[in-house]
Ligand binder design. Structure first.
Ligand code: NAD
Length: 254
């Protein structure tokens, strides 16, 4: 098992890609902290953590709220005495023409997708430096950290910011042997894409743009996360790994 006894925090771990990563990490022997956003999901998140065994826990918290993040980190250290892996998976997107986007919508996307990554990464890295022995930070960004997506300017800007945060931190945290990498999913079948998945025409158009000819599965993102979180990735830092069926390499077909 790749992650035997490692302590891993996965944000937004009660849905989609985060849930698949938490599940894979647990299968690889990790003690998993299942972060989830809202008390509505208390029972579901607790049941998920229980399904991973006695050593995993569920913690409610809004990653865009620094106090919540500090509280969660305190509970992780109290429970496990350490943190080895942090996966910044929690994220939101708003589809809105740029000209109609409100300041509140822009700020909310930035708060969750950028400040959330900053708060969790800083709290995790402080703990990793304190305990010694290195650590792994993995951000679930998006192919839209690089390629434009009309109607999603706030989302694309937020993921671009996470790309540069990762690149900078890979240098700054290298002396502490903390690896920092991004995974850039393409179109993965999760609740964030429910509207497209439910609309046959939109779904067919999305598939048309993917060289592999289908949506990706959350487990396919989790497989790359398991590698990046493992000791095998010791010399891997500062890059983005696309899991996208070739989407970023697609050129216009007409
Ligand atoms: P999802 O909606 O199923 O999962 C998002 C998770 O983030 C949910 O558990 C949600 O509760 C949580 N979350 C939202 N705001 C939060 C907050 N403030 N604090 C804590 N948790 C919060 O969607 P998903 O597709 O699994 O998305 C996971 C990540 O993958 C996101 O960062 C998303 O941008 C990224 N991504 C997804 C795709 C895709 O096609 N599905 C593509 C590229 C990138």
């Amino acid at each position: 098992m790749k992650l035997q006894d490692k302590v891993a925090l996965v944000t937004g771990a009660n849905s989609g890609i985060g849930k698949a990563i938490a599940t894979r990490f647990a299968a690889e022997g990790a003690r998993v902290v299942v972060n989830y956003h809202s008390h509505e999901d208390d029972q579901q998140a607790a049941a998920e953590a229980r399904s991973f065994g006695d050593e995993s826990i569920a913690l409610v918290g809004d990653v865009s709220n620094r106090e919540d993040v500090q509280r969660m980190m305190g509970m992780i250290v109290e429970r496990f005495g350490r943190l080895d892996i942090a996966v910044n998976n929690a994220g939101i997107e708003i589809k809105k023409p740029f000209l109609d986007t409100t300041p509140q919508e822009w700020e909310r996307v930035m708060a969750v997708n950028v400040s959330g990554v900053f708060f969790v990464t800083q709290a995790a890295a402080i703990q990793m430096v304190k305990q010694g022995g290195g650590g792994k930070i993995i951000n679930i960004s998006s192919v839209h950290e690089d390629i434009p997506f009309s109607g999603y300017t706030s989302y694309c800007a937020s993921k671009g910011a996470v790309r540069m945060m990762m690149r900078n931190l890979s240098i700054e945290l290298a002396p502490h042997r903390i690896n920092v990498n991004n995974i850039a999913p393409g179109a993965i079948a999760t609740p964030i894409n429910q509207a497209v998945l439910d609309d046959p025409a939109a779904r067919a158009q999305a598939i048309e743009e993917i060289p592999w000819g289908r949506f990706g599965r959350p487990e396919e993102v989790a497989a790359v996360a398991a590698f990046l979180a493992s000791d095998e990735a010791e010399y891997v830092t500062g890059s983005t790994y696309c899991v996208d069926g070739g989407l970023v390499r697609q050129v216009t077909k007409y």
